[in-house]
Design a protein around this ligand. Structure first.
Ligand code: SF4
Length: 370
């Protein structure tokens, strides 16, 4: 797919390579793949209106994706660095990982942090990173979900990047073409069983930053779609939904597959992919369920589990995350067998969780259609 040209980067950055955690070299590789050596990278701590970043000529880099795809050694050193700095043990692994990654990486000098609608721990993350000289740009999703307030936030962010919203709306049209491809990957997952839960997760979660280059990401998605259509249908087995934040457990999807379960719905990852193809940015970030009241997520999950004929739900909770409390409401409102699992630090699944997952999938195999 050839996408229309976008604005070129407007600012050069000092690209001093600090090898402290080994992650700069990965960023450099990403940067050189884009053909924009020396262009500015904007770190993001979660899904933000990425259209504004691209329209202003910057390169977004989702720090969660960067952290979880780093080598194990790099991830552990980032966590240790945060704890050595004074981050308590009882802080979320994602927050500590992002802190350690950014604090030890001279390529990321600017980041957008979501201060309302994501995570309370982000506030202290922002404050401690600012102390390290990082330019932190706040963005909020107003909890009231009022269109005029969302529009105001979008305009304020655009203003901070020196563009107007019209430029970002034009970028949305370009990105919608890529989102259409990812929507097709999702459809091939649950309608045709041609795509596995891990690939579904990966393509959707990558829509937070389109790997820094929407055009090459679109080509990758097109190739993947063609290959998936050519491959046979995947194994039959219980139809599962994965809800909650993306897992810090690195082999969760592979274990589910080994157990012959099929994840046909990745809830939050699908939200990151903005599947609605809304008419404008205000509507798009209004329909995005994750930052607002839990009832919007529950309504979306109910609709999708019916459409995708889901048999059972895996609710992933991150240790020390306030969202663990929401498990109460999911259990109350989602009328399907639900297994809650928890992860703390990046790495493979522990034996106890694996055993619980195995029992859950086996139970579903004996009680539902296969
Ligand atoms: S998992 Fe929870 S605590 Fe951790 S960054 Fe996400 S919202 Fe915050």
């Amino acid at each position: 797919m050839k996408l229309p040209d976008r604005l070129t980067a407007s600012e050069n950055e000092d690209s001093t390579n600090n090898k402290r955690f080994g992650s700069d070299s990965k960023l450099k590789t990403q940067n050189s793949k884009l053909g924009l050596q020396g262009s500015p990278i904007v770190g993001i701590t979660t899904t933000i209106p990425v259209e504004i970043v691209f329209a202003a000529g910057y390169i977004p880099s989702d720090l969660n994706n960067l952290f979880i795809t780093a080598e194990e050694n790099t991830m552990n050193r980032a966590l240790q660095a945060a704890e050595m700095e004074g981050y308590p043990r009882t802080v979320c692994g994602w927050i500590k990982g992002i802190y350690g990654l950014v604090a030890g990486n001279h390529l990321i000098k600017r980041l957008i942090a979501v201060t309302e609608g994501d995570c309370s721990q982000t506030h202290a993350l922002m404050e401690t990173l600012e102390e390290r000289g990082i330019d932190v740009i706040p963005f909020s999703y107003p909890f009231s979900r009022e269109p005029q307030l969302i529009k105001y936030q979008l305009a304020a962010l655009a203003d901070r990047f020196g563009i107007d919203l019209a430029a970002a709306e034009a970028e949305k049209k370009r990105l919608d073409e890529v989102r259409r491809l990812v929507r097709e990957i999702d459809r091939l997952t649950y309608e045709e069983n041609l795509v596995g839960g891990y690939d579904n997760h990966l393509f959707q979660v990558s829509c937070s930053d389109f790997e820094g280059n929407p055009e090459s990401f679109a080509q990758k998605a097109e190739k993947f779609i063609a290959e998936s259509r050519g491959a046979g249908r995947r194994q039959a087995g219980p139809r599962l939904a994965y809800i909650g934040v993306p897992p810090i457990i690195t082999n969760l999807f592979h274990i589910v597959q080994e157990l012959k379960g099929n994840i046909f719905f990745n809830e939050v990852q699908r939200q990151f992919a903005m599947p609605y193809l809304a008419k404008d940015l205000t509507e798009q970030y209004l329909l995005y369920t994750y930052p607002y009241h839990i009832r919007h997520r529950i309504a979306d999950i109910q609709e999708q589990i019916a459409r995708r004929q889901i048999d059972g739900i895996i609710h992933y909770c991150q240790s020390f995350c306030f969202r663990q409390i929401e498990d109460i409401l999911f259990r109350r409102h989602l009328k399907l067998p639900l297994l809650t699992i928890e992860g703390e630090n990046p790495g493979p699944m522990d034996a106890r969780t694996k055993m619980r997952l195995e029992t859950f999938v086996t139970m579903l195999k004996t009680t539902v259609r296969s």
